[in-house]
Design a binder for this molecule. Structure first.
Ligand code: ASP
Length: 436
């Protein structure tokens, strides 16, 4: 079990009470102790957060103290632009699929939301880049994390815009590496924004402006404090770890298979239906933070990590080639519960002997891969291959060659799980399961 809705109704109530205490005490300590500019938990001016979770929080004494201590006024949100379709220019107003991505500056996209956005938040922009999402390198991901951290030092929340193709990778990367508990919201668009030129008329039915508006609203509301990064498109927000792009063109492309959305934004209402399990450690920043503090390593310290797909009679040369090229970690996106062909299996054994670490996942798009408690082949559980690859890369960079440490991080950071065993033995639920 990995998420709240897998618990019995009685446990759900208990989990939410514990979460309320966790988030509230963290909100209090961060708002009171870390920075006088923190507004943790407060709803932005003109917006009312009516979330299930925040309803519990608001009745909590520590949470109320945090609100009293927070400075009044609008939240400050920094929007960091990286390009994608939301910054795209189409040939004409009816061109939904024929356009150039990464053209419109992020400052212009935010300016188009004025004056309405001014009632929601004080917004500033940073142009990190302006290109398609697939054009970003891991070195640029490293720099993006540092840019987000820097913005969060003075802002109440950050929105990052990107292309949707690899947005889930942007989101999970930030989820794993940003050390601040403040909200980080990814957004973008499935239709380009302008027609003809960067300041041309709006494309018919363009979703970018509404997505950006709602992402700023969500970040400014602070309701996703301690959730890690979330991805917001089409009024719905998802956990970075779980969300995936499921369609090349549909507007509702982002789905969290099996678990569902975290919540949604209806006008002035922000509804939170569930929280990522990670929120249980909100009261303990040392536990909430991952070891992956990118201010401590250079981008060149991140080892090459690749993905191999499993299919009928797949050859082993892909694995052998990667291993020979110096790749340090390989994720297999296997069939069913992680199966790979016999040729791939032989190539994997040879690569392991050379020191390559493998993470086994499934190509099915959902469901778990279990097994293997020792050695250099680690089960990725229900991490999607493209997410598992980022976690493996970071784990290898920080583990100092200790494969057991990588294995532990895959099961704890990569697969946070509620401690339902001690719960059934009478201990209140709501704690993260300790490392095996
Ligand atoms: N090709 C675009 C990109 O990922 C698609 C998009 O922005 O949605 O940058």
């Amino acid at each position: 079990m990995t998420h709240l809705e897998h618990l019995t109704p009685r446990r759900i109530v208990a989990v939410f009470l514990v979460l309320a205490l966790c988030v509230a005490s963290a909100a209090a300590s961060w708002a009171l102790g870390r920075s006088t500019s923190d507004h943790v938990g407060a709803a932005p001016a003109g917006r009312v957060a009516t979330a299930d979770l925040t309803a519990d929080l608001v009745s909590n004494v520590a949470y109320q103290q945090a609100l009293v201590a927070a400075p009044s006024g609008k939240p400050k949100v920094t929007v960091i632009g990286t390009g994608g379709t939301i910054a795209g220019v189409a040939n004409d107003r009816g061109s939904f699929t024929n356009y150039r991505a990464g053209q419109i500056p992020i400052a212009d996209l935010v300016d188009d939301l004025r004056p309405e956005i001014e009632a929601v938040a004080e917004v500033e922009t940073i142009q990190f880049g302006n290109k398609g999402s697939g054009g970003y390198t891991i070195a640029e991901f490293h720099a993006l994390t540092l840019a987000v951290e820097k913005a969060l030092a003075t802002s109440d929340g950050v929105v990052v815009t990107s292309g949707t193709d690899t947005m889930e990778e942007f989101a999970y990367w930030l989820d794993l590496t940003v050390q601040s508990p403040k909200p980080v919201v990814m957004t973008g668009a499935m239709r380009p924004t302008a027609a003809g030129t960067v300041d041309g008329p709006g494309v018919i039915g363009a979703d970018g402006p509404a997505n950006l508006y709602n992402a700023i609203t969500l970040a400014g509301s602070r309701v996703t404090t301690c959730f890690g990064a979330v991805l917001m498109l089409g009024d719905e927000f998802h956990a970075a770890r779980d969300v995936t792009k499921t369609s090349s063109y549909r507007m509702d492309t982002f789905q969290t298979r099996e678990l569902g959305v975290l919540g949604w934004i209806d006008g002035t209402n922000i509804k939170v239906g569930r929280a990522p399990a990670r929120v249980a450690t909100c009261d303990n920043p040392q536990r909430w933070n991952t070891p992956f503090d990118l201010s401590k390593i250079a981008a060149t310290d991140l080892p090459r990590t690749e993905i191999i797909f499993g299919y009928q009679q797949a050859g082993g040369e892909g694995i052998t080639g990667f291993a020979d090229a110096g790749v340090k970690g390989i994720v297999t996106a296997g069939t069913g519960a992680g199966g790979i062909s016999s040729a791939q299996s032989a190539a994997r054994t040879a690569a392991v002997a050379k020191g390559v670490v493998f993470l086994s996942t499934t190509r099915t798009g959902s469901g778990s891969v279990y097994g293997g408690t020792t050695g250099s082949v680690i089960a990725g559980d229900d991490l999607l291959p493209q997410k598992a690859r980022l976690l493996l890369m970071l784990s290898l960079a920080y583990a100092g060659g200790d494969v057991a440490k990588v294995r532990t991080w895959v099961s704890t950071i990569g697969n946070p799980e509620w401690d339902t065993v001690s719960s059934s033995a009478g201990t209140p639920p709501g704690q993260l399961k300790p490392a095996a």
